[in-house]
Design a binder for this molecule. Structure first.
Ligand code: ATP
Ligand code: MG
Length: 457
């Protein structure tokens, strides 16, 4: 496709001659006669342009102000400034503001074409780099699993991906919600555009608006420069709203408004920005229950939940455990430069029977730890953390019976501790109250029994 150039100049003679010259060279050309009309055009169509030639002196808003405005929308869009009253100072100002180059009028044909060629070449290189970065970011998004459950999910993901439908992913901690979101993005039409993740639970309430919408210089104390928010960063691509069940009602209202109007303003800004992105949301909460409890807005739920996707917990697809162990063994041996280890049958059996409250993330952490810590070539049962090894009633069966009462009590204590924590959603304060011990004591026991507390809880 031909490169599309925008010419902005208030003088019709310049617009016309530049247009015919560039068209002769095979460019596609559009023109506007003022900064204001350019803003209107570009608000809708910036991605369709590859470069712009902008006159500095125009009635109304001048070219340098327009340049500032453009920079806020897209940092790397190539702009070449033109001016009849060229002086060094203006040229320096223009380049400081991020213009690619500055050309004096009367315009020298050669110089224009050459500058334009360079600018477009740089732009193309940069796009390639960006694509490469995107691809590396999306590396390791392979979804491993042969079980019927995960294969069904994969089919759903692939069916949803090429559509523009918004997706709501639900699943326990560590079941691969973020991975699934990336997978959708990678298989969508937007895969050349950014994938931006926002963890709604991790942003303090007071900062959520500036994080999401961005702010303009001077919007509040400390806002020393204009900063785009996640909505702008993701524009054209996919915005992953993670842990949406943890947003306050106030934040929910703000987000809902933006999603309904498909427009937003930066904090302290007057201008509205159009929203052009796909939303994928995720939560480990049962949102219908949250709605009933008055903690989640029903209207927001219906807006986000166009395509629901449910990620099954690992314990419901145990066939995948061996496959995942193998995958992570390879991954961590390779990245850490360790020789590849094997897992003994007994060790594998104990990994298979475990409840996996932290799902794949927990499994991944444990495999990593074993790859690093185990010296032998084979990972055997006693290398498996006790809480996994012993949380099975089978340990009590003949043959596996503890050797004496003290050992039996220890086994039961470990089992009871981890079950109690699960029961209390791994909230240590709550679990300590339940167990009638102090939090400090509980922490010591967690260490003593090597209980893995799922991350991000
Ligand atoms: N099917 C899978 N195959 C390979 N790796 C997986 C799979 N599912 C999850 N993982 C890996 O497990 C880890 C946890 O996954 P992810 O962060 O996507 O889970 P999550 O559901 O978002 O968890 P949380 O609720 O804790 O945020 C990641 O490192 C991810 O790459
Ligand atoms: Mg996550």
């Amino acid at each position: 496709m031909n490169d599309h150039i925008l010419i902005v100049d208030d003088e019709p003679s310049i617009r016309n001659s530049l247009q015919s010259i560039l068209e002769e060279e095979g460019y596609e050309v559009s023109t506007t006669d003022s900064a204001e009309s350019t803003q209107a055009l570009i608000s809708e169509k910036l991605p369709s342009f590859d470069a712009a030639l902008i006159d500095i002196w125009m009635p109304g808003m001048d070219g340098l102000t327009l340049l500032d405005w453009l920079r806020e929308r897209e940092e790397n869009f190539p702009v070449i400034m033109m001016s009849g009253h060229g002086n060094i100072e203006t040229a320096v100002r223009a380049t400081k503001k991020g213009a690619y180059d500055f050309i004096e009028k009367p315009l020298a044909l050669e110089k224009i074409l050459l500058t334009l060629q360079h600018a477009l070449k740089e732009r193309a290189l940069e796009r390639e780099n960006k694509e490469l970065r995107n691809r590396t970011m999306l590396d390791g998004v392979e979804i491993i699993g042969n079980s019927k459950r995960i294969q069904e999910v994969l089919a759903e993901l692939e069916q949803a991906a090429p559509t523009e439908g918004w997706v709501l992913i639900h699943g326990e901690n560590g079941t691969g919600k973020e991975l699934a979101a990336k997978h959708i993005h990678l298989h969508s039409k937007r895969n050349q555009m950014p994938f931006v993740a926002v963890n709604c639970a991790a942003i303090p309430e007071a900062m959520i608006e500036s994080e999401l919408f961005g702010y303009v210089k001077g919007a509040f104390v400390g806002a020393s420069r204009t900063k785009p928010g996640k909505f702008s960063q993701a524009n054209g691509g996919t915005l992953f709203l993670d842990e949406i069940g943890d947003m306050s009602l106030k934040t929910q209202a703000k987000i809902l408004r933006v999603l309904q109007e498909q427009q937003f303003e930066q904090l302290g800004g007057t201008e509205t920005h159009d929203l052009e992105l796909r939303i994928i949301a995720a939560t480990n909460k049962d949102l219908e229950k949250e709605i009933q409890a008055g903690r989640f807005r029903e209207d927001l739920y219906y807006r986000l939940n166009v395509i629901p996707i449910e990620l099954p917990p690992l314990r419901e697809r145990k066939e995948d455990i061996a496959l995942l162990v193998d995958y992570f063994l390879h991954q961590f041996s390779q990245s850490g430069g360790f020789p590849l280890k094997e897992v003994s049958n007994e060790a594998m059996a104990s990994l298979n029977q475990y409840y996996w409250p932290g799902n794949i993330r927990e499994l991944k952490n444990i495999v990593e730890r074993m790859v690093i810590m185990v010296r032998e070539r084979e990972i055997s049962l006693n290398h498996v953390p006790p809480v996994i090894r012993l949380s099975n009633a089978e340990v009590m069966q003949v043959g596996n019976l503890p050797n004496n009462l003290r050992q039996a009590m220890t086994v039961f204590e470990g089992l009871f501790l981890s079950e109690s924590m699960k029961k209390n959603q791994w909230n240590l304060d709550q679990a300590a109250i339940f167990l009638e011990i102090s939090r400090k004591e509980l922490e010591e026991k967690i260490q003593q029994f090597e209980i893995t507390v799922p991350l991000d809880i």
